[in-house]
Design a binder for this molecule. Structure first.
Ligand code: DX5
Ligand code: ZN
Length: 214
């Protein structure tokens, strides 16, 4: 399993310490949640904080933009050194163009679906995508409860990817913990984002290691 801890639940007064912990851990990527207070009812952090994390991070950055018009920021995300740019399907009117511009900038293109957005909305672009991120909570906050219907959605997405010949990975974000993660692994998830389950644990490195072994 690919493990992408979400820094939204890190200690922002000790970011260097938390990034160094992730460097030592078995985490694969660092998941960075950008919120604009418009697309989601919360504001998190922007480019100066991503740059500070990038200076310390020794693994790829998985940037999840919960913002309107994410296509405006492709080159700024690229300039942080991010490996993966996640945009919401609901925020992109010209999704095909946005995906092409992410790839042209040298990043992996990932498209995120809110819990109520059907996977069929990606059918005609699935072969172009490097990853699909399924939200298993409504985006905006860490520490929310996993929406169980996402297990079936993951299975249906996996079937759609396999039937199309797409190489897209499936990433899941929201309410991932040591109880929900094995169910997601069984349903076909390739990558798991976990915020509160990692940073709220007595031993974050141990939780990462357990997720990694799924
Ligand atoms: C929520 C963010 C998540 C968040 C997950 O809108 O996209 O990445 O950090 O937090 P947990 O793992 O606590 O549900
Ligand atoms: Zn996220």
């Amino acid at each position: 399993m690919i493990v992408s801890p979400s820094l939204l639940s890190a200690d922002f007064g000790n970011l260097d310490r938390d990034v160094e912990m992730l460097n030592r851990s078995e985490a694969d990527w660092y998941h960075l949640d950008v919120m604009d207070g418009v697309f989601v009812p919360n504001i998190s952090f922007g480019f100066p904080v991503i740059d500070a994390i990038a200076r310390k991070a020794e693994k790829p950055l998985d940037v999840h933009l919960m913002i309107v018009n994410p296509d405006k920021f492709v080159s700024q995300v690229r300039d942080t050194g991010a490996a993966i740019m996640n945009v919401h399907q609901e925020a992109c009117i010209h999704l095909h163009r946005t995906v092409q511009s992410i790839k042209a900038a040298g990043m992996k293109a990932a498209v995120t679906l809110n819990p109520a957005t059907p996977i069929i909305t990606l059918q005609d672009i699935i072969t172009e995508l490097d990853m699909v991120l399924l939200m298993s909570v409504n985006p905006g906050f860490g520490g929310q409860k996993f929406i169980p219907q996402i297990l079936d959605k993951t299975r249906r997405l996996k079937a759609m990817i396999d039937e199309s010949g797409s190489k897209a990975l499936i990433e899941i974000d929201g309410g991932v913990n040591l109880t929900t993660a094995p169910l997601l692994a069984e349903a076909g998830a390739d990558a798991l984002v976990a915020g509160s389950a990692v940073f709220g644990a007595e031993s974050p490195e141990n939780v990462i290691s357990q997720l990694k072994s799924l």
